[in-house]
Design a protein around this ligand. Structure first.
Ligand code: NDP
Ligand code: MG
Length: 382
């Protein structure tokens, strides 16, 4: 059970809900970080009284230093400052709720400092999977998943006797706002339409990833690294209601699922209280309110990103980093109105075909693959 927690990305959707969990569970907050939202992190710092805070944006960090001038909270800036918060010495656990590749070095820093790691920042496990899991192993740290599907699998696995008894993992997907739509109907969808998720309220990047279903592809790769399974052992099923958060299948064909209302405070709390459980303010699940739960096959032709991610992890090496980097850029360009919705998958596919990989990669290889994939996407849009 976590007693002292540093939260990276505290101003985001995961970060603010993590602070709610800390308040309810009586977990002390030792460090907070964000990118540039000085106003919100100031309010959080005044309320939770961490020892240090950091903003990745140096200009915003200067503003925060002035804002918190009357307190004894240490204010840091830049990626270096964020990493210093990830290693804050009194914390036993770090929750990484940063969006995107900016979370990679903070994750490695937290692991290197032997902190427990509650990981929401899936992009960095996708891009640097072998690096992150090796660093965790070397430091004897078990990565605790925050992503709801992976938390569900992790919870289902608590009853597992031996690894050989696990047959498959079944990831559920809500299908996002465009479930049931044809490619022709998706040609001209707007950013506002893509941001209207039916079940979850999340940051903009992951909400667009849910609309393209790239999110499910990233989660497939995330599951490969977290649970040490091969991509062929992972099935994906669309479940519109987001009540069954994922399932595991044993060799005797017995299937175990984890259920709950769609509220991220459940998986966040479990990652922080593991192996214990404590009461939560989240609404109880009333199955009879739902009447029926539905399950169907994903439409792989329309939502091409799922299989692009599957092929990236099957190819291995730096291909997941290339797929992720290309998606981060294409997703951003879509949100800025610079590319169409269907172009996101096309750009990810082209970046993978064009990408150069290598096995046994280092941190600088991952960062370079990410940079090259982004540059590739940018140059194909201009
Ligand atoms: P948000 O966009 O809501 O929040 C992102 C956080 O990261 C903010 O605190 C932001 O700071 C900070 N940040 C952004 N860029 C940088 C940077 N360059 N350096 C340091 N910090 C940065 O995202 P979410 O909370 O939705 O998602 C966070 C992660 O969790 C993602 O990886 C996502 O895939 C994963 N996740 C999210 C779920 C959800 O329900 N939201 C569910 C499952 C997984 P600032 O506010 O200053 O910009
Ligand atoms: Mg998820």
């Amino acid at each position: 059970m976590t007693e002292k927690l540093s939260i990276l990305g505290s101003t985001g959707s995961i970060g603010t809900q993590a602070l709610d969990v800390c308040e309810n569970a009586g977990i002390a907050v030792t460090a907070l970080t964000a990118n540039s939202n000085a106003k919100l992190i100031e309010a959080q710092a005044r309320k939770f009284k961490p020892k240090m805070v950091a903003l990745a944006d140096e200009v915003a960090a200067k503003e925060l230093k002035i804002r918190l001038g009357d307190t004894d909270i240490k204010v840091l800036g830049g990626q270096k400052g964020v990493c210093e918060c990830a290693a804050e010495e009194t914390a036993d656990t770090v929750l990484n709720g940063i969006v995107g590749m900016a979370g990679l070095e903070p994750t490695l820093t937290a692991l290197g400092a032997k902190k427990g790691l509650a990981l929401a920042n899936k992009e960095t496990l996708v891009a640097g999977g072998s690096l992150v899991t090796r660093t965790a192993k070397e430091n004897n740290i078990r990565i605790l998943p925050v992503d709801s599907e992976h938390s569900a699998i992790f919870q289902c696995l608590q009853g597992m006797n031996k690894k050989q008894e696990l047959k498959s993992i079944i990831l559920t997907a809500s299908g996002g706002p465009f479930f049931g739509k044809t490619r022709a109907e998706l040609e001209n969808v707007t950013v506002a339409e893509a941001l209207r998720h039916p079940n979850w309220s999340m940051g903009a990047k992951i909400t667009v990833d849910s609309a393209t279903m790239m999110n499910k592809g990233l989660e497939l790769i995330e599951a490969v690294w977290l649970f040490d399974v091969s991509p062929s052992e992972i099935q994906i099923v669309v479940h519109r209601e987001s009540v069954v958060h994922s399932l595991i299948e044993y060799v005797d064909n017995s299937v175990i699922a984890q259920l709950g209302v769609p509220d991220m405070r459940i998986p966040i709390q479990y990652a922080l209280t593991y192996p214990e459980r404590i009461p939560s303010p989240v609404k109880r699940l009333s199955l009879s309110d739902y009447k029926s739960l539905t399950f169907s096959k994903p439409d792989y032709e329309t939502f091409r990103c799922i299989n692009l991610c599957r092929s990236a992890i099957e190819k291995g090496g730096l291909f997941p980093a290339i797929a992720n980097g290309a998606n981060e850029k294409a997703n951003e360009l879509f949100r800025k109105g610079k590319v169409g919705f269907l172009q996101i998958a096309d750009l990810v596919e082209a970046a993978i075909s064009n990408g150069v990989s290598k096995d046994n990669y280092t941190l600088s290889d991952v960062l370079e693959a990410d940079r090259a994939a982004r540059e590739f996407v940018e140059s194909h849009v201009r």
